[in-house]
Design a protein around this ligand. Structure first.
Ligand SMILES: [Zn+2]
Length: 268
């Protein structure tokens, strides 16, 4: 994992404003370049809706005056926003409104997580996770392509090193993206089929509402006994990561913590 230093120490207020403008413009360009023509779920040409990666009812349970703190509250960089409205928190734009409304109905109901969730909302969580990460990785690829070109234009004599650095980043993101499409295809197939592909590892309920919400895929390096689950330095083409799906859903008066994976994955 690469950590980008987002510290603005030493920059003047004018420089911070200029950096924010440049960063936002790059994000906007990458979003345009990576935009799909068709909805990934129904494959129809359509405008894309503001899909949430965390059920909206969870966000409402922890919002303050309609606002949520972002991860940047911890990073504390002046280059990023520290909060966002419920409608814009953790969103992606890769599926159409009818698909978002119809396919994720169970996922969006608080009742689905009051007791141990069935495979239906879990499959929908996996589908959302894969869609969000596909969107994110495809944008990152365009961001790296743009940065590569800018640096080559500024310093042509460094082209060799610039190419090597950014091509490695792009290659990694393409691999990540391909793996997300594999998760996506499995979860999409199981919207209409009922064979069990999900292994629920744990479901815990806390008797209070935690002030954070999380939903996403994580890659474990080792299991509980130190055994290797994912060799993150294995770059062979036929090697792919095994993902865990983790959800921390703050409910009205409790919290659901859900951990599950593909039942074919290495047991942990
Ligand atoms: Zn659609």
């Amino acid at each position: 994992m690469n950590i980008i230093d987002m510290s603005t120490q030493g920059l003047s207020p004018e420089e911070i404003i200029e950096f924010r403008k440049i960063l936002n413009q790059h994000i906007k360009n990458a979003r345009i370049k990576s935009k799909h023509k068709k909805c990934l779920l129904c494959e129809k040409e359509s405008s894309f809706c503001n899909s949430h990666t965390i059920p909206q009812f969870c966000l409402r349970n922890i919002a303050w005056n309609g606002k949520l703190n972002s991860i940047n509250t911890l990073i504390d960089s002046e280059l990023l926003n520290k909060d966002s409205g419920i409608n814009n928190a953790g969103t992606f734009h890769i599926i159409c409104r009818p698909c978002d409304n119809n396919i994720f109905k169970d996922y969006e109901k608080e009742e689905a997580y009051m007791g141990c969730p069935t495979e239906i909302p879990l499959n929908q969580i996996a589908l959302k996770n894969s869609l969000r990460d596909i969107y994110k990785h495809e944008m990152e690829i365009e961001m790296f392509e743009a940065c590569k070109q800018i640096m080559k234009d500024k310093s042509p004599f460094l082209s060799f090193f610039v190419n090597r650095f950014f091509d490695a980043q792009i290659c990694t993101r393409k691999r990540d993206c391909q793996e997300c499409y594999e998760v996506f295809n499995i979860a999409k197939k199981h919207l209409t089929s009922s064979d069990n592909w999900i292994k629920l590892i744990s479901f815990d309920k806390l008797p209070y509402t935690v002030p954070i919400a999380f939903q996403g895929m994580i890659v474990l390096i080792t299991g509980m006994n130190g055994e290797t689950i994912n060799d993150i330095f294995n770059h062979k083409r036929n090697y792919s990561m095994e993902y865990l799906h983790l959800a921390v859903f703050p409910l009205e008066a409790s919290t659901a913590i859900i951990l599950f994976m593909d039942s074919k994955n290495t047991p942990i």
